[in-house]
Design a protein around this ligand. Structure first.
Ligand code: HPA
Length: 279
């Protein structure tokens, strides 16, 4: 879809899902590359493969299971997307907005977004967890927005405020869980690039210069969509690799990204579980 569909589309997909679940979810969780294990504590989950959900953007990328799981976790009913679609796969930005709008129509009150990202901050190491405190919407600045087109004022305002793209209260909960569970939690600014190429060393220098701490190919369209809906967002990056600054540095590969994400997954799960318990 290039054009904004009517609001009724999101509502009808939500109605279809609601017909097959007992309780409405109150938290949405989107899992990035290799992070599917985060959903393993969800109980009595009803699983919706993306291909069974009309218009749901599918991911063909390895490390993304491609299913929506709705079930109980840590005192909440969660709707977990195990895997997400990306702009570089050929989806439009409007396509990427659809899952967030459907989850909102289902009744979620909070959205947790996760991703695998390359570390730009020189202090970061592969395997680190990073709380996203803000983002740089490089792709959006270049003109690609899930909100492009006529605005439906029932969904949200024409010109959404983005001062608090990431919710301060949820960030505070994540910090306190990390402290209690002795999980090292870095903090920083995420920048989205369109991909699918990894960055050149000059790209990396540029992204550092403009104030980014981690780089990835997702998340920001979902956060823009969520903030338009006034949904509070918690953002977490798994730093799966350190971005190369010289042509002689080791290359970044998707295999490395997935292997490190698997190491990060259990810690990410503990962190999110702790946030849910406090929510
Ligand atoms: N660059 C862009 N996207 C990524 C990276 C990276 O280094 N690692 C994981 N996703």
């Amino acid at each position: 879809m290039q054009q904004q569909p009517p609001r009724s589309l999101y509502q009808s997909i939500a109605a279809y899902i609601r017909g097959q679940i007992e309780e409405r979810p109150d938290v949405g969780i989107i899992l990035g590359s290799g992070l599917g294990i985060v959903a393993s504590r969800v109980e009595e989950g009803v699983v919706f493969p993306y291909e069974t959900l009309p218009f749901w953007p599918r991911s063909g990328v390895e490390g993304h299971q491609g299913e929506l799981v709705i079930g109980r976790w840590a005192g909440h009913v969660v709707a977990v997307m195990r895997g997400r679609a990306h702009y570089y796969e050929g989806h439009s930005m409007v396509d990427l907005a659809l899952p967030v709008r459907v989850l909102h129509a289902l009744g979620i009150k909070h959205l947790v977004v996760t991703n695998a990202a390359g570390g730009l901050d020189p202090a970061f190491h592969a395997g680190d967890l990073m709380l996203i405190t803000d983002h740089i919407n490089l792709v959006g600045m270049a003109g690609l927005s899930p909100l492009r087109g006529p605005n439906d004022p029932v969904l949200g305002p024409r010109f959404p405020d983005m001062r608090q793209a990431y919710d301060a209260n949820l960030a505070g909960l994540a910090r306190s869980v990390a402290k209690e569970k002795l999980i090292t939690l870095r903090e920083g600014v995420y920048v989205m690039v369109a991909g699918p190429v990894f960055e050149t060393p000059a790209d990396i220098r540029f992204l550092r210069l403009i104030g980014a701490d981690a780089v990835g190919m997702s998340t920001v369209p979902e956060v823009v969509t969520a903030r338009h809906l006034d949904l509070p967002v918690l953002g977490l990056s798994g730093i799966t690799n350190v971005a190369p600054l010289s042509p002689d540095d080791d290359p970044t590969t998707h295999e490395e990204v997935l292997a490190t994400a698997q190491v990060i997954g259990p810690r990410m799960r503990t962190l999110i579980e702790g946030v849910l318990e406090r929510l």
